[in-house]
Design a protein around this ligand. Structure first.
Ligand code: NDP
Ligand code: 2IT
Length: 444
């Protein structure tokens, strides 16, 4: 058995009941086979892979809070501090009823390579809770966030671990979390990113993940003599990443015809009117079906199946494993040419293999959605320097970072004679820097 297969089997045996974590590890280890083979003896001697797949630390805690009826509710809270070889742990917090240790370990593991690809000094981490913000009052969300931070604040700091947003955690939640951290620790420091502009946030952070996805798509298209102009897009999700991916795609000439949420999808052949989506999602915290009630040219379909809509470009920006083999086959049959992942691991392994074998140019999330965390790192820099860059400056840096990531991914794939295999390219390019840093720091 190869070293990568041995380590994968060990991960499955030692981490039972964690399918998402197994899936993320498998994808990375399969990609690394070609690298490991060139120097297997040394990697084995140093147990590089065994160390890479084991989080440095997982903090798990109780989050009690009082709801609007006066009842005490209890949620689970976590922070997975996965790897600090390159810099302080960095990665979002997810509040969603599905959150468990497996999901946070997969996200923390992916984050190591993503953060490495950004070229900035940030290690990998992730955290969150099974708290469901949907349907909660602002006061309930604040009570939850304050209780969550009362425990988490013992383990984070501007130079140790810097959380941010993810599913269910946006500007409102980051504000409440930051307020509680400051109150307990007495420090107004860059301990969280995605902060409001009035208290240390960075311009463009809100837009960065979605914009970055489209900048990455632009790099891929340019490398293939193609452009976005007049192309039909389907973008899944209708949260932070999806909304700003649509905004940038439309600015660059694309026609986006469909979006969804966990209840169903809208199809608007005239092109999505993003101001209406923003009003429904960012202002009213409503459901995507309201779009079809407000826009005559649109239809709403309850349930899954957004991939049945014909498109040239598919940007999955909702959640893990949203696109499976069945959906992938339909996308390919309908002529889809590009899939660029805005979400983390939204495509199952068999669907990924299928689309890549069938001529789709596929960019994995750890490269394509890295613009969000990269801009978080720019927010950290601004906080440390105690100054703020203009939107133009941050956007220009974001563009350069996405261009560099594409180059690194493309180069790594070519170095191993796997041209256009961006999955392998991203994993190898991310791994190389982490391993270099781990080796330099000795056994730790
Ligand atoms: P939001 O909470 O803003 O939006 C999430 C969107 O995905 C919502 O439309 C939500 O619908 C939908 N969604 C969530 N779960 C499901 C599900 N099980 N089935 C169908 N749709 C679902 O989160 P973000 O936009 O921030 O995050 C989206 C993805 O992007 C995640 O994978 C996240 O990890 C990743 N990401 C986020 C970054 C960021 O900066 N925010 C950076 C890099 C990656 P509903 O409202 O119905 O739940
Ligand atoms: O998955 C991700 O990269 C994020 N949710 C953003 C993390 C961050 O620290 O900005």
């Amino acid at each position: 058995m190869s070293y990568t297969e041995e380590v994968y089997e060990r991960v499955v045996a030692q981490n039972p009941g964690e399918p998402e974590f197994h899936q993320a590890v498998k994808e990375v280890l399969d990609s690394l086979k070609v690298v490991i083979e060139r120097n297997e003896e040394e990697y084995r001697r140093l147990s590089i892979l065994e160390r890479l797949v084991e989080p440095e630390r997982i903090i798990s805690f109780r989050v009690p809070w009082v709801d609007d009826k006066g009842n005490v509710q209890v949620n689970k809270g976590y922070r997975v501090q996965f790897n600090s070889a390159i810099g302080p742990y960095k990665g979002g917090l997810r509040f969603h009823p599905s959150v468990n240790q497996s999901i946070l370990k997969f996200l923390g593991f992916e984050q190591i390579f993503k953060n490495s690809l950004t070229g900035l000094p940030i290690g990998g981490g992730k955290g969150g809770s099974n708290f469901d913000p949907k349907g909660k009052s602002d006061r309930e969300v604040m009570a939850f966030c304050q209780s969550f931070m009362t425990e988490l604040c013992k383990y984070i700091g501007a130079d140790t671990d810097v959380p941010a947003g993810d599913i269910g955690v946006g500007g409102r939640e980051i504000g409440y979390l930051f307020g509680q951290y400051k109150r307990i620790r007495g420090l107004h420091e860059g301990v969280l990113t995605g902060k409001g502009l009035s208290y240390g946030g960075s311009l463009i952070r809100t837009q960065a993940t979605g914009y970055g996805v489209v900048y990455m798509l632009n790099e891929i298209m340019q490398a293939h003599g193609d452009s976005m102009d007049g192309k039909t897009f389907v973008v899944t999700g209708s949260g932070n990443v999806a909304i700003y991916a649509v905004e940038k795609a439309q600015q660059m000439g694309a026609k986006v015809v469909a979006m969804n949420d966990s209840n169903g999808y809208i199809y608007d052949p005239e092109g999505i009117k993003l101001d209406i989506v923003k009003d429904i999602k960012e202002v009213k915290r409503g459901r995507i079906k309201e779009y079809a009630e407000r826009v005559e040219s649109a239809t709403y379909t309850e349930g899954r199946g957004i991939w049945t809509i014909k498109c040239d470009v598919y940007l999955p920006c909702a959640t893990q494993n949203e696109l499976d083999l069945e959906g992938a086959k339909i996308l390919v049959a309908n002529g889809c040419k590009y899939i660029v992942e805005g979400a983390n691991m939204p495509t199952t392994l068999d669907a990924t293999n299928y689309v890549m074998e069938n001529g789709v140019l596929f960019m994995p999330g750890k490269a394509a959605n890295a613009g969000g965390v990269a801009t978080s790192a720019l927010e950290m820099s601004q906080n440390s320097m105690r100054l703020s860059w203009s939107a133009e400056e941050v956007d220009a840096k974001l563009k350069t970072i996405m261009k560099d990531i594409f180059q690194k991914v493309d180069d790594a794939a070519k170095r191993y004679d796997l041209e256009e295999n961006y999955v392998v390219g991203a994993n190898i390019a991310g791994f190389e820097k982490v391993v270099d840093a781990m080796k330099a720091q000795g056994i730790c």
